[in-house]
Design a protein around this ligand. Structure first.
Ligand code: NI
Length: 189
């Protein structure tokens, strides 16, 4: 079964997620399903709130963008309880999209140099300095665990300009070509 992606307007995307431990039920199955959903919707990252669970779990496979961003080659990761330290460097603006915000992409300023600590799906600890677009993906996904979306980082003017698109997603009138779950208040067509 493919897990539906929860869309903008759903409250699960705005809640702060909880850490998990090895006792979390059927975790490996869930991780495999998250990768499947991510590949089906052609994303490079998916955070657990996007499949309706407020737990600190992220899957990433950045390899599909490695032609443009070589640092992403072969980078397939499962992040459990990730922690980020952002380097004190100037932010760079690049285009981002999100499976929970279909049909929208915006330039988002972020620092592209972080230290990432995480547990893999066997709960083994890792720590790595990560740069470039991969650092951006990791920050985008970890934002989801805090109930944040990339549109929170853009200017008020840009947000105004995409307001009707956001409304269309939240009210259920945006068509999505992957399994998706609209906000509870959305009126379906
Ligand atoms: Ni996202």
């Amino acid at each position: 079964m493919k897990l539906p992606v929860y869309l903008y307007g759903h409250p699960v995307l705005r809640a702060v997620s909880e850490p998990i431990g090895p006792e979390y039920p059927e975790l490996k199955e869930l991780v495999a399903q998250m990768f499947d959903s991510m590949y089906l919707s052609e994303g490079v990252g998916l955070a657990a709130p996007q499949i309706g669970r407020n737990i600190r779990l992220v899957v990433i496979d950045a390899d599909p963008v490695s032609d443009s961003f070589p640092e992403c080659a072969g980078r397939k990761m499962t992040l459990i309880n990730p922690e980020i330290e952002i380097f004190d460097e100037p932010a760079i603006s690049r285009s981002e999209g999100c499976l929970s915000l279909p049909g929208i992409s915006e330039n988002v300023p972020r620092v592209e140099h972080i230290t990432l600590k995480w547990l893999d799906e066997d709960f083994q600890p890792h720590c790595e300095e990560i740069k470039g677009f991969l650092a951006r993906i990791v920050q985008h996904e970890c934002d989801h665990l805090e109930g944040k979306l990339y549109i929170d980082h853009i200017s008020g003017i840009r947000r105004q300009l995409i307001r009707s698109k956001l409304n269309n997603i939240a009210t259920g009138s945006t068509r999505v070509d992957y399994p998706a779950k609209y906000a509870p208040a959305a009126k379906r067509r």
